[in-house]
Design a binder for this molecule. Structure first.
Ligand code: GRF
Length: 216
């Protein structure tokens, strides 16, 4: 399916344990996302577990401390420099806890994906993170929840949804048990959507002159 010779390069941004990154890397190693490699893993937390996972795999890592930058735009401009130095085609947010600003959105327009642990547009937006999402879902008496992969735009959790996976909510569900169920689905969904995204983009190459015309 992938016609070009050079591998498609992912740049992963994460802030924590990195289980979604690990699932994506495992899918690449299993040949489930062909001709693709993770070129760099970047975190805003030097202690993020995901950085160690990347190091263990021999993948370059960078930790950026926001205190070293004047503002969000300067921080994101530095991110763009790093991503470009590593020849990154597609940016993968995998538990990244910062809002993305103009320099990164412009440099990677329609080439930034995020995963969110709800069925967007429900239970998304600023502040809807971690267990808060699942608490809100249960408080509302929902019968099902799930996760969504979407294109990142300037509005938090608002970009076009590229894929979703659903889970049933049981009678004695807790935010913690729901989070664990949804996370298992995330680990299946994110590699599948990345594969489909890359297939779509590469099938458009030659028909269009840039990656970002391919989707939506
Ligand atoms: C996931 O639940 C994801 O949906 C959200 O942040 C969490 C990251 O978990 N955006 P991990 O670091 O990939 O384990």
């Amino acid at each position: 399916m992938m016609s070009r010779l050079a591998p498609y390069r992912l740049g992963v941004l994460l802030s924590g344990r990195g289980s979604n990154f690990a699932a994506i890397q495992a899918a690449i190693e299993a040949g489930e996302i062909p001709n693709t490699q993770v070129g760099v893993v970047i975190s805003n937390h030097a202690q993020a577990g995901g950085l160690q996972l990347a190091t263990n795999k021999g993948i370059p890592t960078v930790a950026l401390d926001k205190q070293a930058f004047e503002n969000r735009m300067a921080f994101d401009a530095a991110l763009v420099d790093i991503l470009q130095q590593h020849h990154i085609d597609l940016v993968i947010l995998a538990g990244y806890d910062r809002i993305i600003s103009a320099p990164l959105l412009a440099a990677y327009e329609r080439r930034i994906l995020n995963i969110h642990p709800s069925l967007l547009p429900a239970y998304g937006g600023k502040g809807m993170v971690g267990l808060k999402v699942h608490q809100a879902v249960l408080a509302q008496g929902e019968r099902e929840s799930g996760c969504s992969v979407h294109l990142v735009t300037a509005v938090v959790d608002d970009g076009p949804v590229l894929g979703q996976s659903r889970v049933a909510i049981t009678a004695n569900e807790t935010p913690e048990s729901l989070a664990a169920k949804v996370l298992m689905q995330e680990h299946q969904l994110y590699p599948q959507v990345i594969r489909q995204y890359i297939e779509t983009v590469l099938s458009q190459e030659g028909k269009t002159d840039s990656h970002d015309k391919a989707l939506i």
